[in-house]
Every structure is written in structure tokens, then in C-alpha cells.
Design a protein around this ligand. Structure first.
Ligand SMILES: Nc1ncnc2c1ncn2[C@@H]1O[C@H](COP(=O)(O)OP(=O)(O)OP(=O)(O)O)[C@@H](O)[C@H]1O
Ligand SMILES: [Mg+2]
Length: 273
């Protein structure tokens, strides 16, 4: 059973052109100092699809997502959302974009309600009454209306993830970027969040980009999956294509075996000698 409630109408949606957006990355390269983090990454993410980027820790997934959110400047290459640079304020005015950060990025001193209402009120995006309706609606969609007056410290990890998603929904985004939405959750809550992401995509006209280690989520709800290793894309395919891959790196990443006779950390130690 999904935790997402179905709501049929929302008068706010008629106001703007609400088509889902497409994202394109062309030969993206990014380094921090001498460390090359992204190398020649090219991708086309289609309007309305759920696209998941998987890869080991440190492979550059969050950095990639931050480029799409317009929070990083590439060393070379191009990132566009419907042909526009996501760093430009006009792009942000034109398209509703939202990011669900890896650590939630909730303000600990504010209630859940105020966390959701802060951005649209501070930026005078909607009148106060409309912000209230949108906040309550987002909480209702995620079945967390009862958290409105709590502060984040009073919530479990799964609740915080839902609040972070609800905050993204207040702006009715055409593009949602999720960074590790199921990390640190138990398997059932992880599956619930995956159901929420998939249902939101069905309910709203939204392009969804997910960064995740979660194999079940990636291979169940995605239209396509990319695998990033060492800052390079080594595969972009449908979940069925990824499952069928015989590439040793992908096989090991998706099905790691614990090998006590030849442990990986010993291999690392001997390669450093
Ligand atoms: N602002 C920054 N300054 C310097 N180095 C950075 C910065 N942001 C990321 N890095 C480095 O870039 C590399 C990739 O980081 P990133 O956060 O994208 O990894 P990730 O794939 O998201 O890992 P995880 O799965 O653990 O979240 C890491 O080595 C990280 O230390
Ligand atoms: Mg990350």
C-alpha cells in the first residue's frame, strides 16, 4: 500500500506552463583542486521519466546532481534544463525545480510547517493563504499532517525524509532531484519512499532524477538507470538492461559478495604497499 494520497484538483496548477522538463548534460567535467570528480559525462533525461543514477560512494553522484540543480559550475561542458542554464535566475523563475537533499537540510529550529512555508513566504511566491493551503496539501499527500507543529529533532529518519519530500512538493516542481532518498531507512520505509516517488511522478507532471545506492528502488521504479563509477558513466540503460549486464564492475556493484578469504580491505592494503 502506498502512503501517497491521491488528490484530484489543484487550482494553482492552471497558472503556469506545467510541462515536465528535459535535462541535458554534454561532456560535463568537474574537478576540485587536483581531484577530477566528473569526467566527460553526457546524458539526456527525458521529460517525465524517472531516471536513477547509481554508483559507489564518492563516485560523484551528488556533485552531478548539484550541477543539475544549478548549485555547481562545471570546469567544462554544459548542463541545460529545457535548453536553459540551471544557474540562471530566469531558469529558476521559469521552471519549478526542487531538490531533496541527502541529509534533508531541514531547519532544526523551525517546525515542520515553517520549514515548508519558509521559501515561498520569504520569496513572496504565493500569498500567505495559498502557502498555507499548499503546505497542508503537501503534508497530506505524504500522510504526515500530524507532524506540522513538530520540530525535525522530534521526528524519525523516515519522517524527516517525508518532510524533505513534502517541502519539495510545496512548489509543485516540474523537476525533482532526490539525493539518496532511502539511505538510513529500514527496508520497509525505503520501499515506502520508493512508492511515494513513483506515485508522485504518476500524479504530477514531473521529471524525476534520483541518486541512490538502493538497488531495489533503482531497478523497480526507474524508467532508466545510469551507473557512475570514478566520475564516468559506465552504463545507461533500462532496469532490465542493467540487470542483464555482464560487465564485471556492474555485477560486483549490484551483487557484492562478502569474501572473508580474500577481503577487499586487504587487497587495498596490499595495493598501497
Ligand atoms: N565542494 C567540494 N569540494 C571538494 N571536494 C568535493 C566537494 N564536493 C564533493 N567533493 C569530492 O567529490 C567526490 C565525489 O563526491 P560526491 O559527494 O559526489 O560523492 P557521492 O557519489 O555522492 O558519494 P555518496 O554515495 O557517499 O554520497 C568526493 O571525493 C568528494 O570528497
Ligand atoms: Mg552523495
Amino acid at each position: 500500500m502506498t502512503a501517497v494520497k491521491t488528490l484530484k484538483t489543484n487550482p494553482c496548477r492552471e497558472r503556469h506552463d506545467r510541462n515536465a522538463v528535459g535535462v541535458e548534460l554534454k561532456s560535463l567535467c568537474k574537478s576540485f583542486g587536483s581531484q577530477q570528480v566528473l569526467s566527460d559525462v553526457s546524458l539526456e533525461i527525458r521529460p517525465g521519466e524517472i531516471f536513477t543514477i547509481m554508483g559507489p560512494s564518492g563516485s560523484g553522484k551528488s556533485v552531478l546532481l548539484r550541477h543539475i540543480a544549478g548549485l555547481e559550475t562545471p570546469n567544462s561542458g554544459i548542463v541545460t534544463i529545457n535548453g536553459r542554464d540551471p544557474r540562471e535566475p530566469e531558469t529558476r523563475d521559469r521552471f519549478a525545480l526542487a531538490m531533496v537533499f541527502q541529509a534533508g537540510a531541514l531547519f532544526n529550529s523551525l517546525t515542520v510547517y515553517d520549514n515548508l512555508a519558509l521559501y515561498p513566504l520569504e520569496h513572496h511566491i504565493y500569498p500567505k493563504g495559498e502557502v498555507h493551503d499548499r503546505v497542508m496539501r503537501a503534508l497530506q499527500i505524504l500522510s504526515i499532517e500530524n507532524t506540522a507543529n513538530k520540530i525535525p529533532a522530534e521526528l524519525s529518519g523516515g519522517m524527516k525524509k517525508r518532510v524533505a519530500i513534502a517541502r519539495a512538493l510545496v512548489m509543485e516542481p516540474q523537476l525533482i532531484l532526490y539525493d539518496e532518498p532511502t539511505s538510513e531507512l529500514d527496508p520497509v520505509m525505503g520501499a515506502t519512499i520508493a512508492e511515494i516517488i513513483a506515485t508522485l511522478k504518476e500524479q504530477f507532471t514531473v521529471t524525476t532524477i534520483v541518486v541512490s545506492h538502493d538497488r531495489d528502488l533503482a531497478l523497480t521504479i526507474s524508467d532508466r538507470v545510469a551507473i557512475l563509477m570514478g566520475g564516468r558513466l559506465i552504463a545507461v540503460d533500462t532496469p532490465a538492461g542493467i540487470r542483464a549486464s555482464r560487465l564485471p564492475k556492474i555485477l560486483e556493484f549490484l551483487n557484492p559478495q562478502i569474501d572473508l578469504r580474500n577481503p577487499r580491505f586487504k587487497q587495498l592494503e596490499s595495493s598501497n604497499e
